[in-house]
Design a protein around this ligand. Structure first.
Ligand code: AMP
Ligand code: MG
Length: 359
């Protein structure tokens, strides 16, 4: 009926097909690691290559999961045992690097992020696959652990040798291991020639490159962890990490106890529902999200400055959004339901852990 239009379509078809082929939809593959689902989304490579690359990254995560597990037997368990003995021992390389990073990040956070408080976390029942059914530890146990004051400074590093000077130290890499794992895996992906990818472990991610000619669009979770608050666009190389009280928790006598422990009180941190940070490397973003959660609505700004963060969103337990102006510029909110408090700008100071950005 419309011969001219048909001819035009026939002429256009190869052109449309070529452009569709040159910009295929990103491919997502998925596996389990660190007790969570890991999604690897890649753009600009074939399905076959995506599957090969996923197999390599899955293997990386399996090794890291074993090395850093806080309660299964493995290298971290061995280090924790030897740290109690007050004599030098040689450090497994996979643990040494996290001890050094942990020391730096802990100091920068004013020890709110403190991976030496594993005994406290264990006493709260979070060194188990399912914390449901646990109850708070007796207050005397918490007081005793606070008094022993385990810190990363209680671990001496001399070359490849470690020595513990406080038997209360028990390492728990739960607040930054996944971030460091994502950093290592992103380096591996780059070595494998992948330039455009998102590596997402249970909602925490690092994105490199872009989605064809568009930036990656990343959803930011709301305070319940179930819905979406808004989104940010990310291109180049950036990590987005969230710490929330909805993650691991148990209910005892009608009260909810979550897994982010304030080392000043020995109890789950109060005042914050979730914190999201954007930062170049994932390990610093991961540690900072945990530290700022503990710092809470009144202190997050100072701690963020000390940790070299430039984009922070904190949702307090009343639902108010606290953020710095640069974050406000990037965050596309889905609605205007929440009160917003904007902090002074965060400056551009160097990042603790930044030198480890290229592991
Ligand atoms: P994240 O989800 O990254 O905020 O990490 C929370 C996990 O880090 C918890 O499940 C604990 O294993 C560990 N953790 C809890 N409190 C702290 C703390 N104050 N410093 C370091 N690690 C912590
Ligand atoms: Mg963290």
């Amino acid at each position: 009926m419309y011969p001219l239009r048909n001819i035009l379509w026939l002429l256009l078809l190869p052109l449309l097909l070529t452009s569709a082929c040159s910009r295929p939809e990103p491919i997502t593959t998925r596996f389990l690691a660190f007790g969570t689902l890991v999604d690897l989304t890649v753009s600009g490579i074939s399905q076959e290559r995506a599957e090969q690359v996923t197999a390599a990254i899955e293997q990386d995560f399996a090794e890291m999961h074993h090395a850093w597990h806080a309660w299964d037997p493995g290298p971290l368990g061995r280090v924790n045992r030897l740290l109690k003995e007050d004599k030098p021992f040689s450090a497994p390389p996979s643990i040494l690097v996290l001890i050094k990073l942990g020391k730096e990040l802990s100091t920068a956070s004013g020890h709110l992020f403190n991976p030496a408080i594993g005994q406290l976390i264990d006493s709260w029942g979070f060194h188990s696959d399912d914390p449901a059914g646990h109850r708070p530890p007796p207050p005397e146990r918490i007081a005793e652990l606070l008094q022993q004051n385990p810190r990363m400074d209680d671990i001496q590093v001399d070359g490849l040798t470690l020595r513990g000077s406080n038997p209360a130290v028990k390492l728990d890499f739960g607040a930054f291991g996944k971030g460091y794992g994502i950093d290592l895996a992103i380096e591996h992906l780059k070595e494998l020639g992948v330039e455009n990818a998102i590596l997402n472990g249970g909602g925490d991610l690092r994105a490199i490159g872009s989605r064809g000619d568009r930036p990656w669009r990343i959803a930011i979770r709301d305070a319940s962890g179930k819905g979406v608050l808004g989104s940010v666009d990310v291109s180049g190389d950036e990590s987005v990490f969230t710490s929330g009280d909805y993650e691991r928790h148990f209910i005892y006598e009608g009260r909810r106890y979550h897994h982010i422990i304030d080392p000043r009180t020995g109890y789950p941190a109060t005042g914050t529902a979730s914190v999201t940070v954007l930062h170049h490397n994932a390990v610093a973003a991961d540690a900072a999200a945990t530290a700022l959660f503990i710092a809470g609505p009144e202190q997050w700004y100072e701690v963020a400055k000390n940790m070299g963060m430039r984009y922070v969103l904190l949702i307090d337990s009343e639902g108010t959004l606290h953020m710095n102006p640069a974050m406000q510029k990037r965050l596309q909110l889905l609605n205007n339901e929440h009160p917003i408090r904007i902090s002074p700008p965060l400056d551009d100071s160097p990042t603790p852990g930044g030198s480890h950005n290229r592991p």
